[in-house]
Design a protein around this ligand. Sequence first.
Ligand code: IVH
Length: 669
Amino acid sequence: MAVPQNILKKAETLREKIADADYRYYTLAEPDISDLDYDMMMKELEKIEKNYHELITPESPTMRVSGEPTKKFEVVTHEVPMLSLANSYNFDELIDFDKRIKNLIPNEKYEYVCELKFDGLAVSLTYQNGIFVKGATRGDGTKGDDVTKNLKTIRSIPLRVKSGMYKNFEVRGEVFIKKDDFEKINEEQELRGEKLFANARNTAAGTLKQKDNKAVASRPLNIFVYYFRTNDETLSSHFKNLEILKSIKFPVNAFLKKVSNIDEVKKYCDEVDNIRDTLPYEIDGVVIKINSLVQQDKLGSVAKSPRWAIAYKFKAKQQITIIKAITLQVGRVGTITPVAELEPVFLAGSTISRATLHNFDEIKRKGIKEGVKVKIEKGGDVIPKVVEVIKDKDYEKIKEYKLPERCPVCNSRLEKPEEEVSFYCVNYFCSAQVQGRIEHFVQRDAMEIEGLGTSIIEIFLKEGLIRDFTDLYQLYKYKDILINLERFGEKSINNILNAIEESKKKPFDKVLFALGIRHIGEKTARIIAKNFASMDKLSKASVEEISNIYEVGPKIAKSIKEFFEDEKSKLLIKKLQSAGLNFKVDESVKIKFNGNFKDKTFVLTGTLETHTRDKASQIIEEFGGRVSSSVSKNTDFVLAGTEAGSKLNKAKKLGVKIIDEKDFEKMIG
Ligand code: IVH
């Protein structure tokens, strides 16, 4: 049945009105209708779309939050790479930047545009025929993740642009969370017993990577845009581009200034530094860009940053306070971290009462004691650090800090490996370690078992329902007991049990990371999983075999070997295997098979021009090859860049095939 004309028109009017209300509320901060009127319009539109499914289009405002959770983010290749900025930390460096510009475009007049440097994450928004079709994260600058669905939840991003002028274009900007929203989110996290976020930027990043856009919609993401690109028209200047963006209703930050010399840039930087604490969002500096796009083109870029722009980073804010006490935290592998409990002070927007002291060497080096006056600083991260001790006349009278001998949680002996700066609690069953290992296992980057926050794990441990992470996979047997626990209901328990069941699908590298082997981070786990393909092979590998993998040093290899030789680990592994976790690399996901690389061992040496070493290694591994750090008779290829040294000589001696980057490109095809 065709949609009647009047319904068509009604839907269109509602969409326009809703888009306009969003623009007024979220971009201009000048709402002109009540929440109730807004909700009613939305309901009416939903009703129409329910009756006439053919009216539902991806750019309808009802589609801001919709659909099933994403399984895996697709990879998006940026048409124009998303570069980063060179940093400067004082005015002398800004003056040097200005001199470089003068030298590169002699006798030309130029202007700068000064903007705030928002502390969030860069995203790219692609529009086709005026419709928002793709949103991606910056990723490594060349490739990012497709987060279109999540970006659609940001109501200041227009889902369609009604100006006839601009149809196909790309917009870039920074996604962020406001300071007070961040505080609120952390309060909620605390109430739910979930881990706290370190800062607003991490919260925004974590939110943007959520698989369920309903969860994203519940977090207040914002955006400021600062880049426009189109082939629809010849563009002339950055400033005009920002004007265009404003005219087609994108949120452009108002603190924006076009200036004609570096002194004015300096004035702008000082002004912004003075008011930055009063802004509702975090900034970490100012960005200075050459205004003319022709001049930007002439100046070009070096490595990964343009010559026509620079970031001016603010100095970290500092304060003086007193260390009231030094307390100790116990990590999941037993690491003891000293923490300074401070006399609370206000610093860069929040009250600070704790600072990490990293390790005991640092305490000694800086002369930190309980009761001393210290200078603290808040840099890019929210966790403040102690910069220095103020050694006033009372300093010498205060008694030295005594190194701990016992674990603050279980009172076991502490141990300090010779080659390390950390002290460890030797008791594997120390409750802090047990809890830490489980928290690590369930975290998003590992087995991703949502709903199992700190306090819930604590309850399960206290009730004797679990003793370690392997017991999570037996929890379903105790559903009746779980449902009857205080604070829980059938629904929340079902959610947890489902999330546990779902986690069994996680790939081998995530399982490996989740085990919490000392020194095995996410990236190392990925590399090791690729090279050893199964838990069985890895558990039998020698220290030498493991450390032969490029980027995996002997410290990691030793730690892996120790883990697999430990009887307690053997038991954990056995239990996880019978629970049905992935103990093998899924060969079917290795899509990029390339015969030139399969099972071949490569050694990289010298400086590579086309790819970084990391990138080249990644390519080799993706195509089924291995990367090793030393040349032996088992090496198949040595990829030699410029200034290659001893490895190249050894390869020549052993008669190993040597290739250059051109050969490598040919092999890739
Ligand atoms: S322009 C090559 N403008 O800073 C131009 N970036 O270090 C790079 N950022 O990845 C982007 N505020 O995430 C630009 N007003 C602004 C910015 C900004 C924050 C971030 C962005 C970028 C990083 C570069």
